[in-house]
Design a binder for this molecule. Structure first.
Ligand code: FES
Ligand code: FES
Length: 157
């Protein structure tokens, strides 16, 4: 059996080579169910994770291509058991209704704030463009990302 190694949420992980998607392996083999299946066609963003810090659609990403890479899912967002400022801001703004879209949105938002700590509203809208929210929570989602950016800027040295 061919195997390969990658890091998932900071943990070295050994996987068997298989003709499967990252989303399938995360959810069904590793119990990491935050990333969700929506469309399976890179059209909704529900499955978004980070690969080496960049947003990536787990629903179409062949897992076999990820040897040596670092994957981050929503489960890896909290720091030492404390919610990431983005997670806290989404709670504070009540940004979401059913929540189905939120795991993916939070990952794209994290990638945005990592590369642009003080984003404009246009930056936030552009970063979240790949994400559909059927509940129409967009305005509160944008506010939450801006709130998190402000909280993180306050803490920055
Ligand atoms: S499930 Fe991956 S983009 Fe919709
Ligand atoms: S909160 Fe329901 S789909 Fe976005």
């Amino acid at each position: 059996m061919t195997t390969f190694s990658l890091r998932i949420n900071g943990h070295a992980t050994e996987l068997a080579a298989s003709n499967r998607t990252l989303l399938d392996v995360l959810r069904n083999d590793l119990g990491l169910t935050a990333a969700r299946f929506g469309c399976g066609e890179e059209q909704c963003g529900a499955c978004m994770v980070l690969v080496d810090g960049q947003p990536a659609y787990a629903c179409t990403q062949p897992v076999d291509t990820l040897g040596g890479h670092c994957i981050t899912t929503l489960e890896g967002l909290a720091i030492d058991g404390r919610l990431h400022p983005l997670q806290q801001a989404f709670i504070d703004e009540q940004a979401g209704q059913c929540g189905y879209c939120l795991s993916g949105i939070l990952m794209s938002a994290k990638a945005l704030l990592d590369r642009t700590p003080r984003p404009t509203r246009a930056d936030v809208i552009a970063a979240l463009e790949p994400h559909l929210c059927r509940c129409g929570a967009h305005v509160r989602v944008i506010r939450a990302v801006e709130r998190a950016a402000a909280a993180m800027a306050e803490r920055a040295p």
